[in-house]
Write a protein that binds this ligand. Structure first.
Ligand SMILES: O=C1C[C@@](O)(C(=O)O)C[C@@H](O)[C@@H]1O
Length: 224
């Protein structure tokens, strides 16, 4: 079994994204490009610049309301999501809250055969297990790829999120918790079936994120 990583890239210029992406894909199976860190006008050219690597890229355009940096209108954001989908990336990350209220977007993304990663985050806490399970089932209606990320205030919180793997029948599930108390869930999710875990190239972009080198050391321990 190969445990895989996805390097999150959050840079504010097209050049930096291109360079970091090259570096990331030398060490990691996948990379995530956080397009919300760019100026909106720079997004189309950035897509062109990295189009040859997009088959290994998770594309994300997170709005402020979901902990991201995109400041434009929702109409603008949806238009950019559609543009990204034309490039057919490895995965397009779309928030559950976005997809559940936009039937037109769902239809459009189906027509472009985009592989969707439906995501949901809680940046403050870990909700009750029944709530998370319910959410996971609702999210699974839109795609087989589902991501649920909570914030762990205790180790118990991170085990609540990981328990989702016991309830997950058909989905490709990424479920772990942010924060120091969630750190180990970023590794354990791999052993429970996550297709990959999010890492950094060096400086974490989310609370508790390991670097790609750190995770590689940990997952290689078994072989020593
Ligand atoms: O959803 C996630 C996970 C993440 O928040 C993390 O905690 O590693 C990093 C984000 O860039 C990504 O979109």
């Amino acid at each position: 079994m190969k445990y895989k990583t996805c390097v999150s890239i959050a840079e504010n210029s097209s050049n930096k994204i291109k360079n970091n992406l090259k570096q990331a894909l030398k060490k990691s199976d996948y990379a995530e490009v956080r397009f919300d860190f760019l100026k909106t006008d720079d997004i189309p050219q950035t897509l062109e610049n990295i189009k040859d690597d997009l088959k290994k890229v998770v594309c994300t355009l997170r709005p402020k309301s979901e902990g991201g940096k995109f400041e434009g209108s929702e109409k603008e954001r949806v238009a950019i999501l559609k543009l990204i989908s034309e490039y057919n990336p490895f995965l397009l990350d779309v928030e559950f809250n976005t997809i559940k209220k936009n039937k037109e977007l769902v239809k459009y993304l189906k027509s472009t055969k985009t592989r969707l990663l439906i995501s949901w985050h809680d940046f403050k806490k870990t909700p009750k297990f029944s709530e998370l399970k319910n959410k996971m089932n609702q999210m699974g209606k839109f795609s087989n790829n589902v991501k649920i990320v909570t914030t762990a205030k205790s180790v118990k919180d991170s085990t609540i999120t990981l328990q989702l793997y016991g309830q997950n029948k058909k989905n490709s599930l990424i479920a772990f918790a942010m924060g120091d108390n969630g750190r180990l869930s970023r590794i354990l999710c791999l052993y429970l079936g996550s297709p990959y875990t999010y890492v950094s190239l060096g400086k974490p972009i989310a609370p508790g994120q390991f670097s790609v080198n750190e995770v590689k050391k940990i997952i290689n321990l078994k072989m020593n």
